[in-house]
Design a protein around this ligand. Structure first.
Ligand SMILES: Cc1cc2nc3c(=O)[nH]c(=O)nc-3n(C[C@H](O)[C@H](O)[C@H](O)COP(=O)(O)OP(=O)(O)OC[C@H]3O[C@@H](n4cnc5c(N)ncnc54)[C@H](O)[C@@H]3O)c2cc1C
Length: 380
C-alpha cells in the first residue's frame, strides 16, 4: 500500500518575523470585538478590513509583483492566514479570491484577465465566489448541466448554480459549465469562465441555512452573453483546471480552525480549576490542532515546491473538519448549556452547533474525500 508523505516544511525565519507584525495589527484592529463576533471565522466579512489587509500586502502574498502581489512564500502566507483565523478577523470578503480564484487566474487566465483582476484582488477590493455546484450536481461535479453555447463573439449561458457562497456580495463568479454535449468521457467538454455578476440575465436568490443566516445563494443564468475573452484557459479543458483548484481549497488552516474561538472560550469558561476530565478533553483537542497544523503546513510547503498535493489536501480537510465538528460536541458535554449564568461562551457554542454540520459538506463531502484518499493509498 502506498503511504502519504508529509515532510515538514523548511524553517522560515521571515515567516516568524511576520507573525509579530500581523499579531500587532490584529490586536489593534479587533480591539473590543466580542467573542461571538469573532467566532464567524472566514464566514464573516468586512470590506474595510479587507482593504486594510490589502494595503499591508497580506492578500495575493505569493503572486508576482507585476500583478499586485508581493512575491512572498507560501509559508509566510500561511502565518498570516493562521493568525487571522485564530484571532477571528472578518476576512470573508476577500477570502475566496485570495485562496483560489486569484491563483486559478494566475495559472490559467489570459494576460488581460490577470492584469485586470489580480491587482484589484490584492488590494482587497475585488471579491469572488465559486460557481461549481448545481441542484443535481454537487459531489458529482462532472454532471454539471449549465451550458455555455458558442455564439458570434462569445457564449450564451443558461443554467442554475446553487449554494454559491456570498454571490450577493461578490463582483465575479468563476463559472464551471459544459461547453460541449456530454459524451462517453464525462470529464471532457467542460470549461471555466470569468463572469461579472452584474451582467444582464443573472439573478441571485438567497438561500437561508438552518441558523436562518443568508450566506449562500441560487444563481440563475438566463441567456447570459459572455464575450469570448471571459473564457479561462482552454476550451473544454475545465476539468483539469477545476480539480487543480481543490488543493488550494482543501488544505489550509481554515479547514481546522472554524471552531477555534470556541475552544479558547471553553478554556476560559472552565476557569482556573478545571476538572481532570476537562483538562484531558481540552488537552486532546489542542493536541489534535497541533498535529493538523503540522500536516497543513506541510501541504503549504508542497505547494511552495510546485508539487500537486491534492491527495494530502483531501486527507487534511477530512481530519480537520472532523476536529472542527468535535470541538462543539466536547464543549457541550463539558459545560452543559444553561448550567451557569449565560455569557459569550454560550453564544459562541450555540453558533458553532448550528454551523458545524456544514463543515464536512462544503468544499467536498467527507465520503468523497475518503474516496480520494483511498484511491491515493491504492486501496480502491
Ligand atoms: C456552507 C456551504 C457552502 C457552500 N458553498 C459553495 C460554493 O460557494 N460554491 C459551490 O459551488 N458549492 C458550494 N457548496 C456546495 C458543496 O460543495 C456541495 O454541497 C457538496 O459538494 C455536496 O454536494 P450535494 O450537496 O449536491 O450533495 P450530494 O452530492 O447529493 O451528496 C449527498 C450525500 O451523498 C454522499 N455521496 C455522494 N456521492 C457519493 C459517492 N460517490 N460515494 C459516497 N458517498 C457519496 C455525499 O457524501 C453526501 O453525504 C457549499 C456547501 C455548503 C454546505
Amino acid at each position: 500500500m502506498v503511504a502519504f508523505a508529509f515532510a515538514p516544511p523548511p524553517a522560515s525565519p521571515e515567516a516568524e518575523r511576520l507573525r509579530g507584525e500581523i499579531r500587532e495589527f490584529l490586536a489593534s484592529e479587533l480591539r473590543g470585538r466580542s467573542a461571538p463576533a469573532r467566532a464567524g471565522s472566514w464566514g464573516s466579512r468586512d470590506p474595510d478590513f479587507s482593504r486594510k489587509m490589502g494595503a499591508r500586502g497580506w492578500i495575493g502574498m505569493t503572486w508576482p509583483k507585476r500583478y499586485g502581489g508581493h512575491e512572498r512564500t507560501a509559508l509566510e502566507r500561511y502565518v498570516v492566514l493562521e493568525e487571522v483565523l485564530a484571532a477571528g478577523a472578518p476576512m470573508g470578503a476577500h477570502w475566496i479570491a485570495d485562496r483560489q480564484s486569484g491563483p486559478l487566474l494566475l495559472r490559467f487566465g489570459t494576460e488581460e484577465q490577470r492584469q485586470a483582476i489580480l491587482p484589484r484582488i490584492a488590494a482587497g477590493e475585488c471579491y469572488f465566489c465559486i460557481g461549481m455546484s448545481e441542484p443535481d450536481s454537487g459531489s458529482d461535479l462532472a454532471a454539471t448541466r449549465t451550458r455555455a453555447v458558442p455564439v458570434q463573439g462569445g457564449f450564451l449561458v443558461n443554467g442554475t448554480k446553487i449554494w454559491t457562497s456570498n454571490a450577493h456580495q461578490c463582483h465575479y463568479v468563476i463559472l464551471f459549465c459544459r461547453t460541449e454535449v456530454a459524451g462517453t468521457d464525462r470529464h471532457a467538454g467542460v470549461s471555466q469562465f470569468l463572469v461579472d455578476l452584474s451582467l444582464p440575465g443573472i439573478s441571485i436568490r438567497p438561500i437561508r441555512d438552518l441558523a436562518g443566516e443568508h450566506h449562500f445563494n441560487e444563481v440563475v443564468f438566463e441567456d447570459v452573453f459572455l464575450p469570448a475573452d471571459t473564457l479561462i484557459g482552454e476550451l473544454g479543458a475545465g476539468w483539469r483546471q477545476v480539480t487543480s483548484e481543490l488543493a488550494y481549497e482543501r488544505s489550509g488552516p481554515e479547514r481546522f480552525l472554524s471552531t477555534y474561538v470556541l475552544l479558547v472560550e471553553l478554556v476560559r469558561a472552565l476557569g482556573s480549576q478545571p476538572s481532570e476530565r476537562a483538562v484531558i478533553a481540552a488537552g486532546r483537542l489542542t493536541g489534535h490542532i497541533i498535529i493538523l497544523r503540522r500536516l497543513s503546513r506541510s501541504v503549504a510547503g508542497m505547494l511552495q515546491a510546485g508539487e500537486d498535493p491534492a491527495l494530502q489536501a483531501a486527507l487534511v480537510k477530512d481530519l480537520g473538519t472532523t476536529l472542527e465538528q468535535e470541538i462543539p460536541e466536547v464543549a457541550r458535554l463539558l459545560i452543559e448549556p444553561g448550567s451557569r449564568p449565560a455569557d459569550s461562551y454560550d453564544a459562541v457554542l450555540a453558533q458553532a452547533i448550528m454551523r458545524a454540520p456544514s463543515f464536512s459538506i462544503r468544499g467536498g463531502t467527507r465520503e468523497i474525500l475518503r474516496g480520494i484518499v483511498a484511491r491515493g493509498l491504492g486501496v480502491r
